[in-house]
Design a protein around this ligand. Sequence first.
Ligand code: ZN
Length: 280
Amino acid sequence: MSLRVVDVHVHLKGVEKPIDIIRSMDNANIDYLVLIAPYRQKFMPHGRISAPNIKSVKEGNDFVANLVNEFPDRLRGYAFITGTGDIKENIAELERAICDLGLHGVKMFPNLGWYPDDDRMYPLYERIEDLGIPILFHCGIAPWITDIYGNGPFLSKYSRPIYYEAIPRLFPKIKIILAHMGWPWYMEAITLAYLTPNVYLDICTEFTTATEDLKVEALRFALKTIGSERLLYASDATPLSWEFMKEHLDKTIQLLRRAGATNDDLRKILGENACKLFKI
Ligand SMILES: [Zn+2]
């Protein structure tokens, strides 16, 4: 079976060279990566979370745009938008990243301290809906408590699946990707996707404490409940870690097979769905 593989959740560190990413993808048998602007290390001021460091957010969005524009036949990019501080400033950076830099989606991390259904965010979602681009939200447990400077704490309560419920209902044209199937609240995330057709799930549960059997059970429940059209392959990897990327891809195919995925399901989950979403 020939497959086109698209990984929709890959984190840049902010030091990568484009050609090294392409080599790594070739080694890992990945056709496309959707890269997230670097933010884990760079975007926040020292001290507790208070305001976005807009300068480093811009630098991160410039960085990913430069990479993806060099290899448009292999790479797509998400802008990182903090959702903190003045929402007009967030919208201005969104417009710059999508309209001027040519990025393809937005990544958001509510664990910075805001609830996704806070109506303060609505003007931003409205603009995202107008632009016709997908949002990847971190969803589920917060994988790290602080960033490398000790900023935080990042609390998981902000990214429970249920707090995303209002968005697809109020903005029915937005395509929302909930990362990690909302782990450990996968029942909640899958049920939300069942009820609202514009919700997609990325199936990466790599960083969690989930056992393989539990991962298979979650994937089986997802396939039975919403089918394969809105499940997306993701690794949460960094793009130069090709050995991990390759292993993760092989492992995920095994897990999907055990969960009852057909060849047709695999083709959709591993690539076809993402191709439609990111206009590949
Ligand atoms: Zn991630």
